[in-house]
Write a protein that binds this ligand. Structure first.
Ligand SMILES: NC(=O)c1ccc[n+]([C@@H]2O[C@H](COP(=O)([O-])OP(=O)(O)OC[C@H]3O[C@@H](n4cnc5c(N)ncnc54)[C@H](O)[C@@H]3O)[C@@H](O)[C@H]2O)c1
Length: 261
């Protein structure tokens, strides 16, 4: 028996660095995966890898900010596997700007994907879990930017502090249905997200092309380096498994000791 045996798990942003690693790790523990992402081809590749390794997975294209697409994602989980037990609200993005250059479009895009997307997915997943009547688990992706704010990251920090609020509020509201809500908060993780972050930060600070500001930022953790996505997944498996049933409403730092709360 795996630690997530036969649980049906949706991972949004499942084609990305953390989401793909989480999908593989949960599948390896017996979970049945719906890999959901804006990038349909990359999501299909992750699902195929899982199936090739002997696991169970399907994939679907979704924009988490679009309710009709989120409903279709939930329906795909039911069509493929009969129920929904866990959703990992992991889809996210950032476009850093110095605070004085943040405009409405930059703010709206970041908050809409990171926070509104998690709200819509939580609502639609909870609707399904409540109808099933046997509880469920919602796992949100926060960040060190949920606990500390940075000048070049204001919309992202607002969005990720919002994930802390969403986690607390929905844990209070959904516990009567046996649904727990937790979040985990990575620090600097070596994923494709870094490529764009490095480009934006170099542009803000007029740094040369060789500069690697994200790697430099990671040296400020107690552990002294960035994480590989696979270093986060044991904790995500735990949050998806019955082992974490007594935990709800919390955000857990998995950040190499960057923010001490
Ligand atoms: N990499 C880090 O250092 C880091 C640190 C803290 C938190 N995070 C958070 O972890 C999560 C995963 O990030 P990652 O580093 O794996 O990034 P990534 O860019 O590798 O993956 C993000 C995935 O989300 C998908 N996505 C983006 N917008 C979407 C939308 N509207 N609908 C559906 N899918 C969408 C992308 O296509 C991509 O596959 C994000 O929420 C991010 O904010 C990352």
């Amino acid at each position: 028996m795996g630690r997530v045996q036969d649980r049906v798990v949706i991972v949004t942003g499942g084609a990305g660095g953390i989401g793909a690693a989480a999908s593989r790790a949960v599948a390896a523990e017996g979970g049945k995966l719906v890999v959901a992402d804006l990038d349909a081809a990359a999501a299909a590749n992750v699902a195929q890898e899982i199936v090739d390794a002997g696991g169970e997975a399907t994939s679907i294209r979704v924009d988490v900010t679009d309710r009709a697409q989120v409903k279709a994602m939930i329906a795909a989980a039911i069509d493929s596997f009969g129920e929904l037990n866990v959703i990992f609200n992991n889809a996210g993005m950032n476009r850093p700007r110095g605070f004085m250059d943040v405009d409405e479009e930059n703010f709206d895009q970041i908050v809409r994907v990171n926070t509104w997307g998690a709200i819509v997915c939580t609502q639609e997943a909870a609707r399904q879990m409540i109808a099933q009547g046997k509880g469920g688990k919602i796992v949100n992706t926060g960040s060190i930017a949920s606990r500390q704010a940075f000048w070049d990251f204001v919309p992202y920090c607002v969005a990720k502090f919002g994930i802390l609020a969403l986690t607390q509020a929905t844990a209070r509201g959904l516990i009567e249905h046996g649904i727990t809500v937790n979040a985990f908060a990575p620090g600097v993780v070596d994923t494709p997200m870094w490529i764009g972050l490095n480009e934006d930060i170099r542009a803000i600070h007029d740094q040369p092309i060789e500069a690697d500001p994200m790697r430099e930022f990671a040296t400020g953790t107690l552990v002294g380096r960035a994480a590989a996505p696979e270093e986060l997944t044991p904790f995500l498996v735990y949050l998806a498994s019955p082992e974490s049933d007594y935990m709800t409403g919390q955000m857990y730092m998995v950040d190499g000791g960057q923010v001490l709360v």
